[in-house]
Structures are given as C-alpha cells and as structure tokens.
Design a protein around this ligand. Structure first.
Ligand code: PLP
Length: 375
C-alpha cells in the first residue's frame, strides 16, 4: 500500500521516554515514575462500593449524565464556588481528554468559516492535538507573567486574521505543566468582546495553593465553558468521568452532537462519580499529600542539582528551568532512577524545563532521595 498522504499520528510523547525508563528500572527497587500525571493514591471506598452496586450495567447510560450525576456536579460547583448552574447547562464527558480532543471538530462542523484553535503556548499537548484532529490550525498564544505570579495570555499578540478565524480559546488554570494560575476574568472578557468561546480547563482546581479555587463561571456563563475531571480530584483516572458546564447554547449543541457520536460515560462509572462528587473529605486528604510531596521533592531536587525549584501556585507538578530538559531527565533517571518529563512535551517554549509529577508515595520519593544521596 502507498504511504498515506495525510495525517500520521506522532509518537505519543511518553513513549519517547522508554530509554530513560530502562535506566531507572536498572536501580534496585525499580523505576520511580514521576512523568505521567496519573494518581497513585486510592480513591474513596464509597466510590468503589457505588461502582459495584449501581445495577446500571444493562441499559444504555444517558450521554449527558444521569440526573443524579448532574445533580452531584451542580452540588459540587455550588459548594466549591457558590455558583448555581442550571441542570440544562451541565453535561458529562468520558474524562476530559476526549472533550479537549474532539470539541474543535464539533465546533468546526457548526461554524465552518472558522478554523483556528487558540491555546497557551506552553500547555497540555491535547489542545494542539484537538486542533490537528479537526483539520484546524493550532495557534499557540504566549503568556505574560505579572509580578504577583498570575499569568495572562497575551491575547493582544494574536494576529488579527487568527482572531477573526478563531473557533475557540483554551485556558488552563492551574496550568499543566507550569502550575501557574491564569487571569480568567481577562480571558472571559476578551472572548466575549470578540465573540470567541472560551473553554477553561480547570481539572486541577482542587489543588490551588495560592488564593482560593477559581472558575471562569464566576464571570457568568455567557460564552464560557468550565471543564472538570474526577481523574485528579478523586484519584479516578481509570474511571473516565469528567464534565463541562457553562454557556447554554454551547452546552446544548455539544450535548446533542456528542449523543450522536455515542459519547457515553458507563452507568457504573456515573454512579461512582456521584459518590466521589458528594464527598470532599478525601480531597482534603489528597491536597495535604500533594502539598507535602511537592515541598519534599523540590527540596530533594534543588539540593541534588543546585537548581532553583520553585513551588507551583496550583496542581501537582514541579516545573523548573533545568537548562536542557532532556539532559536533566536522563541524568535523573541514571542517578536517581526517577522518570520525569522534558519540558518540550508541552511546547517548544518549555525546552529548558522539566516537569516532575509528585504522583508517587512518600516512601518512593524517599527512595529517590537515598539514591541521590540527599537528606
Ligand atoms: C490540563 C489537563 N486537562 C485534561 C486532562 C485530561 O484528564 P482526564 O481525561 O483524565 O479527565 C489532563 C490530564 O493530565 C490535564 O493535565
């Protein structure tokens, strides 16, 4: 068969770390994987009980989420942010990665004259991939950091032609990988001024270390969508439950098109999602774990390398300038048996950096300290 003329999926970023993973695995006690942001701590018991007892296996689940799930989502938004979102403006997704990856194609079908997807220049790679999969143009937007550490997308730097052709703008606060908090008011105001929907990925919001947790819904629902996930909040990346809430017209459109595609969160997972969203105690425990591990890991890495390793304003990643992200990742795998992500996974602007996910137990983190000879 002839070589394809069109899209060929690029290597999955983490697959490129295989050689470093082997270096780490050669250490006694094996690899300590701090590369992918996959939680290692257990989800609450109540969630596992709900998963096995919902009696929802036989029938097709509603694509938008069961009334119980949408109620639980609304209850959480109200407790967390003091905002009452109508049930009609909330819907489920199968984890948020699929929503990030598929929404541009659905918006493009609706507005074929627009074809640009705007997103932060150093960001979760799926914003760019979603644009590519839709046959759209990914347009990275650089960020400016204010004196207080808040980041603002430099929206004025976007080419006028791209603004005119923009289908959507992604923002992410707290950010993966940088941990920075984004000025959501500025993004929402800009989007409304230009008639461009702003999608705010807030899946790390429960782990906000500076100020309180923020959602773009605080600016109103008009023209904005907040995107959330149980993967990080409740250690449920394997369950695949996320949700989105906001602008009535956009939620209404996405709900309909996603139903046609068969985007269904399995019934037992929806029931488990209700249990997870109804409980805040396990999140408080998790918050303490991440805060402690971030502090300890920053201490270990700065003592060992002599580099400055700042603590993030949110999320559970350390993100710091290591000179050369790939060289640092290799050295840490060789000497500490730990795997971290070179910063260029998140955009070329990140190539000096590394991202360290503190998603291993305290005991595994101490093992890295021992190997590096740090106390
Ligand atoms: C910024 C961001 N958005 C979305 C996701 C997707 O998470 P999930 O599909 O598990 O909800 C991730 C996962 O790492 C992420 O970092």
């Amino acid at each position: 068969m002839a070589a394809p003329e069109g899209f060929v999926p690029p290597p999955y970023p983490y697959d490129r770390l295989d050689a470093f993973a082997r270096l780490g695995a050669a250490h006694e006690g094996g690899l300590v994987d701090l590369s992918i942001g996959t939680p290692c701590d257990p989800p609450p018991e109540s969630v596992l009980a709900a998963l096995g007892s919902s009696d929802s296996e036989r029938g097709y689940p509603p694509s938008i989420g069961t009334p119980a799930l949408r109620d639980a989502i609304r209850g959480w938004i109200d407790r967390r942010f003091g905002i009452d979102v109508p049930a009609s403006d909330v819907a489920a997704c199968i984890g948020t990665k699929e929503l990030v990856a598929t929404t541009p194609q659905f918006l493009k079908l609706r507005t074929p004259s627009r074809d640009a997807v705007l997103y932060p220049a150093v960001a979760y790679p799926t914003y760019e991939m979603g644009a590519i999969l839709a046959g759209c143009r990914p347009v990275p937007v650089r960020t400016v950091v204010a004196a207080d550490g808040t980041t603002t997308l430099d929206l004025d730097s976007i080419d006028a032609a791209d603004v005119e052709r923009a289908l959507m703008l992604w923002v992410n606060s707290p950010s993966n990988p940088t941990g920075a908090l984004c000025d959501l008011d500025a993004a929402a105001t800009w989007g409304r001024r230009h008639g461009i929907p702003v999608f705010s990925d807030e899946c790390y919001v429960e782990f906000t270390w500076r100020g309180g947790p923020r959602t773009i819904l605080e600016t109103g629902r008009d023209g904005v969508i907040a995107v959330h996930s149980l993967s990080k909040r409740s250690n449920l990346a394997g369950l695949r439950v996320g949700f989105y809430a906001g602008d009535s017209d956009i939620v209404g459109y996405l709900k309909e098109v996603r139903k046609h595609v068969g985007m269904l969160v399995p019934g037992p997972a929806q029931a488990a999602g209700v249990a997870a969203l109804s409980d805040d105690e396990h999140v408080a425990v998790q918050r303490d774990r991440y805060r402690r591990r971030l502090g300890r890991m920053a201490q270990i890495l700065s003592q060992w390398s002599g580099l400055q390793v700042p603590l993030p304003d949110g999320g559970f990643y350390l993100w710091f300038d290591a000179g050369d992200g790939w060289a640092f990742a290799e050295r840490l795998a060789r000497e500490g048996g730990a795997l971290v992500s070179p910063g260029d996974f998140y955009g070329l602007g990140g190539s000096h950096n590394v991202r360290v996910a503190v998603v291993q137990t305290d005991e595994r983190i101490e093992r890295v300290a021992e190997r590096l000879g740090v106390h």
